[in-house]
Design a binder for this molecule. Structure first.
Ligand SMILES: [Zn+2]
Length: 159
């Protein structure tokens, strides 16, 4: 899926983590930002992705060896990132990181290409319904749904 869809889903799940933790407004903004960034992070393996372009030359030097939809799109990467964030970050920030990351993996698995999610146990690409096309109209629906969830969760602070 496209960067803007991943970022919006990540923001929505970051807001959901904030809601679950009854976070104050300032922390909610941080959690939404972390969710959005973590939602973009797996695509650090693609030279044209939003997050890779954001990382500039340093990103190209550090991650040139990654194949797109390879290592960073596996349960192994999720477990490693989850463990590292749980170790280095306070609870809700670590949770927003892991949940943002997993939201990317689930969203990509809903595309026709799927992901080799069980690598290195299996190199087979696994996909979930509905098998949508990256950049297609169904992806726009996913984007709008995530935007709607984010607005509803964010609106709770206006009361
Ligand atoms: Zn991806």
């Amino acid at each position: 899926m496209e960067g803007k869809t991943h970022a919006m889903i990540g923001v929505a799940v970051g807001l959901a983590v904030a809601y679950a933790h009854h976070a104050p407004v300032d922390k909610t903004i941080v959690l939404a930002a972390i969710g959005g960034l973590a939602g973009l992070l797996p695509d650090i393996d693609h030279p044209q992705s939003t997050i890779r372009r954001g990382a500039g030359v340093a990103g190209n030097v550090a991650f040139f060896w990654l194949r797109h939809r390879g290592l960073t799109h596996t349960l192994l990467a999720l477990v490693l990132l989850g463990a590292a964030s749980a170790y280095f970050m306070p609870g809700s920030l670590a949770m927003a990181t892991s949940v943002g990351y997993v939201s990317h993996l689930i969203a990509d698995m809903m595309t026709r290409a799927g992901l080799p999610i069980l690598w290195p146990l299996s190199a087979k690409s696994i996909h979930l319904p509905p098998g949508l096309r990256t950049g297609g109209w169904l992806e726009s629906v996913v984007f709008l749904l995530a935007l709607g969830v984010a607005v509803v969760l964010g609106a709770g602070y206006l009361q």
